[in-house]
Design a protein around this ligand. Structure first.
Ligand code: IPE
Ligand code: IPE
Ligand code: MG
Length: 256
């Protein structure tokens, strides 16, 4: 049964995930260094976070740095980490005032000590935020996340902490970095690329996908509205038939 909508968007949109792509091309089109595109991309992040708060979306996951992005030139990697530190510093007060809690997913152990410390601190001070959970995917890869979860499960099974008979989809999910975060309802990718690039592989099993041609630095509230309008037209069946869905919604309406 679908949970009650916590906002005015129907079908309910609790969790929006975004693959923020196209910063490099945005800069290239202007003969600027790639990092200028990333800087502009951070501006977009702050606007989209505000937009999600305004719309009452409860979870926003942003793909900020993939496990594969470690392969980029060191200079670009370092500049991205610097931008991340600046972002955490500049948004701290706002996150507290608005009620935004920060969560990080990904293999944080690969990040530098100062970045790990800044993230841990931001997660800690914002932990009580109830308005929006901002999930930052950093050093994140869906396959890597699943392998890490499988490793923990295997260790716990070997030392008797976990009974493998109990292992089902729900329990497996709880071992992922996303833990209790609900699955994404809608996944947006900008810049015209039509792939998932290792983002939330397990969690997005039934996410609606939306691809925008706009480069991330140019993505704004208008583009967001287009994505949400499109989402509103979707019929989420979760493997069931239309008849079953109609019956379920009548039953749940009667149960209200
Ligand atoms: C997305 O923009 C941001 C990150 C992956 C960090 P890109 O840097 O991938 O931009 P393009 O795809 O090269 O244009
Ligand atoms: C995906 O973008 C990763 C992030 C947005 C952080 P990429 O630009 O790295 O993806 P590919 O290489 O085009 O698939
Ligand atoms: Mg890209």
């Amino acid at each position: 049964m679908v949970e009650k909508a916590n906002n005015k968007i129907l079908p309910p949109l609790t969790h929006l995930a975004i693959i923020m792509d196209g910063n490099g091309r945005w800069a290239q089109q202007r003969n600027l260094p790639r990092i200028a595109g990333h800087q502009q991309g951070v501006e977009t992040v702050t606007h989209i976070v505000d937009d999600c708060v305004r719309r009452g979306i409860r979870f926003l996951s942003l793909y900020a740095f993939s496990s594969e992005n470690w392969g980029r030139p060191l200079q670009e990697v370092n500049a991205l980490m610097e931008l991340l530190l600046q972002f955490l510093f500049s948004q701290r007060q706002k996150m507290l005032e608005v009620g935004i809690s920060l969560r990080v997913i990904g293999d944080v152990s690969r990040l530098s000590e100062p970045v790990q410390a800044a993230l841990a601190d931001a997660e800690k001070v914002t932990a009580k935020g109830k308005v929006l959970t901002l999930v930052l995917a950093l050093s994140y890869g869906g396959r890597d996340e699943i392998v890490r979860a499988a490793r923990t499960i295997a260790e716990q099974a070997l030392n008797g902490e976990l009974d493998l008979e109990q292992l089902d989809n729900k329990l497996f999910s709880s071992y992922l970095d996303t833990g209790e975060i609900p699955e994404p309802d809608l996944m947006i990718r900008t810049s015209g690329e039509m792939r998932i690039s290792n983002f939330l592989l397990w969690q997005a099993a039934y996410a609606e996908l939306y691809f925008s041609d706009v480069l991330w630095p140019d993505f704004d509230a208008t583009e967001m509205q287009k994505a949400l309008d499109d989402y509103l037209q979707r019929k989420r069946r979760f493997g069931l038939t239309d008849d079953q869905l109609k019956k379920n919604s009548t039953n749940s309406a009667e149960g209200d």
